[in-house]
Design a binder for this molecule. Structure first.
Ligand SMILES: *Cc1c(COP(=O)(O)O)cnc(C)c1O
Length: 365
């Protein structure tokens, strides 16, 4: 049996008629950038997240960079980021001429460790970027306490966590800004690159929109220089269709995670933890074992695609690495040698999942 890590084709085919109609309507309108489709998606997504001031943009990386810029993060500022994430989380800090300060992750959830954040605060610290890694909410309550104690901004990186909840509040509603990616493989994915920002302060949201559209508020009125980071109407049309299905897809991901938990818990594997009172949306299902490399080849040889998110902690990447970094992030360094993402997506069938479980059980004999 061949099982991909994500199945974008199966996802498309499951809603093909609706998608094709929305795409045809967009082509017919010849409104390709911005316009009604984009405005509609922004308000639908704002309602879904339960936050105001949604501004669409070209991708999740830009969403982070635009947020930092609109919030006034600048050269001389330090921004605290977790040692495990996709590089966009730290790249955006460098892009606005500030300095990323990496901190270790919690050994259980692999999201940013609040104690490590508190220890890393200096006079220059301006912001924290918690990442809801794999769909698991970061510890927002503790982070908010630390942020308010030191007057720091919070920018939530929600790229992997559409629909996740911390307590009775949706992620994306905690930060001064929060950012989403609609990269095709994310829980809500466009047919190309797309992203969005939420800003608590409507002024900040206006600034994001202005920067993302060459500094204009209206045509040819440039109060500042900006850039081009707008959402295409085709993506917005696709996202509006998919958003209607997202609650169901999320429920299936959670159900599949429960089945994995039940069927894998007797094996010598460390399984994902869902923090108390949280809704984890399982963008990825990440197991941990000291035999990771062997388990990876075993599964691949049986046709099961797997992934490693991510092979190295951010501070150990060549672009950041300094000599003593490995010792400074022990939890992240250990985890990156043990983690393996196994298939989880709404179209994964129970027989497919049972096959994956059997292959893993075979490996451990
Ligand atoms: C995907 C991702 C991003 C970047 O999103 P793009 O749309 O690919 O630019 C940022 N942060 C995290 C944690 C991500 O997973």
């Amino acid at each position: 049996m061949k099982i991909p890590l994500v199945d974008l084709k199966a996802n498309y085919l499951s809603i093909k008629e609706e998608i094709d109609l929305a795409v045809a309507e967009t082509l017919d309108s010849c409104q390709f950038i911005g316009g009604d489709a984009v405005r509609n998606f922004e308000s639908e997504f704002a309602e879904y997240v339960g936050a105001e001031n949604c501004v669409s943009c070209a991708n999740g990386t830009d969403a982070l960079e635009l947020s930092l810029q609109a919030l006034g993060v600048d050269s001389g500022d330090e921004v605290i980021v977790p040692a495990i994430s996709w590089i966009a989380t730290s790249e955006c800090v460098t892009s606005v001429n500030a300095t990323p300060v990496f901190v270790d992750v919690d050994p259980d959830t692999l999201t940013i460790c609040p104690n490590a954040v508190a220890d890393a605060v200096t006079e220059k610290t301006k912001a924290i970027i918690p990442v809801h890694l794999y769909g698991c909410p970061a510890p927002m309550q503790r982070l908010r306490e630390i942020a308010s104690q030191h007057s720091l901004l919070i920018i939530e990186d929600c790229a992997q966590a559409h629909g996740a909840r911390f307590g009775d509040q949706n992620i994306g509603t905690f930060g001064d800004a929060s950012t989403f990616s609609f990269f095709p493989g994310k829980n809500l994915g466009a047919f190309g690159d797309a992203g969005a920002v939420f800003a608590k302060d409507p002024q900040v949201a206006r600034r994001v929109r202005m920067i993302a559209n060459h500094g204009q508020t209206k045509k040819n009125d440039h109060r500042m220089e900006g850039r081009n980071s707008r959402m295409d109407a085709l993506h917005a049309a696709v996202l509006s269709v998919k958003l209607k299905h997202l609650p169901r897809w999320t429920a299936v991901r959670i159900e599949l995670a429960k089945r994995y938990q039940k069927k894998l818990e007797s094996l010598p594997l460390r399984l994902p933890i869902v923090p108390a009172d949280c809704q984890h949306v399982f963008h990825l299902y990440v197991v941990r074992t000291n035999d990771r490399d062997q388990l990876q080849s075993h599964l691949e040889s049986r046709g099961v695609s797997v992934g490693i998110h991510y092979p190295k902690p951010l501070p150990l990447l060549d672009c950041y690495c300094t000599d003593d970094t490995k010792k400074k992030y022990p939890n992240a360094a250990r985890a990156c040698e043990q983690i393996l993402s196994i298939p989880i997506y709404p179209e994964l069938t129970e027989p497919q999942q049972d096959y994956i479980v059997r292959c893993i059980a075979d490996f451990f004999g």
